[in-house]
Write a protein that binds this ligand. Sequence first.
Ligand SMILES: [Zn+2]
Length: 242
Amino acid sequence: MTRYYWLVEDKAATSRHAGDINAAHRWKLPGLANCPGCGETWASVGHYYPAVDLSALPEQTSFLKARPEPFSEYARLRELVRPLAPPHAPLPPGTRFGPLEGTARGDLGPLTWVGNALLLMREDSLKQLQMKDVRDLMGGGSASLRFRQKSPPAYFEPQIPLRGRLHPDCLPTDTAPPCGTCGRVDLSRPDEPLLDASALPSELDLFRVGNFATMLVGTERFRDAVLQSKLDGIRFLELPVR
Ligand SMILES: [Zn+2]
């Protein structure tokens, strides 16, 4: 049976490289102000679609600035994007699209992170992983990073699909159902996350947990490919499956 690993930044490795990135995706859905269902003002983290291009939308300027909007405006903009997004993508408030843009300096290493939920691969790292038959690393986009140094390396952001879910046994029993209006769930990451065996994807080596998008998961095949290629930057924490 395949083993699954939660991917987190290996800070010992990334601090050795001592590079730095300041970047964000070009387009975003607004956050939600005062949901008429649950009353919350919020935006999601971890819903990133670097391969989704909004440049053909007549209203693309409405997607440039991160800000909260009332539900009607968020929902209107969400429906403009939906035909361009992957089928069944949930598109919560704060979903990001298009290339990561910004500045970088120093050595970022073969695999690097922006925050704790966005993984970037140097182009040569991506090629090595593809040669080792890691599945579904084709989708995504090149990060548009301005470096000060000459001939800087190119980085790629894989578009990592949402799949699977945390097992109910690792969540508090009093977890409320999602808001019927905006879909928000008040969930903090469990101390001992468990994957639900009945919902695991069989066709992917890298995914985000369906009900916890900031958690990146790789299969044993992904981990082996990274370790064999000697690409540092990721710590692999085995996730039990039930
Ligand atoms: Zn709500």
